[in-house]
Design a protein around this ligand. Sequence first.
Ligand SMILES: Cc1cc2nc3c(=O)[nH]c(=O)nc-3n(C[C@H](O)[C@H](O)[C@H](O)COP(=O)(O)OP(=O)(O)OC[C@H]3O[C@@H](n4cnc5c(N)ncnc54)[C@H](O)[C@@H]3O)c2cc1C
Length: 386
Amino acid sequence: MNAKTHSLGRFDITVVGGGVMGCSTALPLARAGLKVAVFDRRGLGLEASGRNAGSLSPMIKKSELVAHAIEGYQMWMSSKDWLGADIGAHTKPGMIVAYNQTEAEALERLVTDRCANGAKIELISGKKAIEKEPQLSSGITLAAYSEVDGHGESNRTGQVFNIALDQAGADIFSHCDVQRIEDKNGHFEIHTDKGIAYSTKIVLAGGAWLEGMASWLGFSLTVQYKVNQMIVTERAPTLVRTVLGVQNGLLTLKQATNGTIVIGGGWQGHGDLENGAWHIEPEAVVRNLQLARYVIPQIKDLRVVRTWLGLEAVLPDYLPAVGAVPDVEGAYVIGCCRGGWAIGPCLGSLLADFILDRELKLPIFDPGRKIDAKPFAAAGSASKGM
Ligand SMILES: Cc1cc2nc3c(=O)[nH]c(=O)nc-3n(C[C@H](O)[C@H](O)[C@H](O)COP(=O)(O)OP(=O)(O)OC[C@H]3O[C@@H](n4cnc5c(N)ncnc54)[C@H](O)[C@@H]3O)c2cc1C
């Protein structure tokens, strides 16, 4: 049998990319009775969606995304109800600390803006911050505090969606590399290394690889990516009670239920679209740890047990693409959302509603909007931009 021409079946809708965005779109479509296929060249949730820090943090999202982030937070908290599995999400207050006047002023602006968009955040003094998070270092000028925060076990994303999609009747094609899509005016041919699938509609959900996928349909989308680096320490007694961040955007820190401390930040490692995220930058690990120790001094006593990387895709305006591919009937795109694991279930269900012509609960983000390209921080350097 010729793998290139072997038929993989006919579908109402095919989703290319099995991260949180693709799976969250596919699930409601399959449950609505459509014949759905999900293709991933690796497996579900093995790229960014299974490698992220699992923070839910609505307060650090861009103002246009606060409502989506609150909805995403609520969806992960109730994942048992709609996904059929508990993703291990639990509520923990969120806190962002500022160490000088400039940071404090920026934090005040952030809180005013996010509250105007529906977030519930209060500004508290450094003294109050230490009452809530006793291991914090001194010298905090101001802190933002929100009860609506938490984190989940994002490394289980693929596993839980695999089960839910299978139960909903979707066909999952793992280890199946989509190489091109041809628009046949009325249906699409999805050419993969295992054969061809035929589909009436198509959803592109390729994360960092979305730009290449969009180009198959002649759609130009400028996708930038960061090579985010994560660090996890050995287990410790309770040291951190909140999902903690620093206003400069260079640190996120939380303690998992098993006692390990998960540290992320703005420093990047190395990677590219061909090889994925492949090389830890030791200097970036050290700088991230130094900042973590500055904020929670007791972290200096802990050993690092693991570091890892993943590619996080963004568009130059830091807003996602969710909607129809311009000028290609039946083609849709979803992805490139900063903090996209938290928001993914909300965006996926919105895109599914859009495809099903149902009323939308929240706005989506036109992939065809005009976006000015901005220069991007190089891998290995520090970057921010929520
Ligand atoms: C280290 C790190 C930490 C992060 N921390 C957080 C956090 O704390 N909270 C938060 O909310 N967000 C966080 N994020 C961001 C979040 O993980 C992403 O925004 C989100 O997971 C993106 O989901 P996605 O489905 O668009 O992309 P992905 O999960 O990358 O999925 C894209 C999929 O497309 C597949 N694919 C690509 N090309 C092809 C092809 N040709 N054929 C078939 N399949 C293909 C890939 O294999 C992949 O599975 C973090 C990201 C990283 C990397």
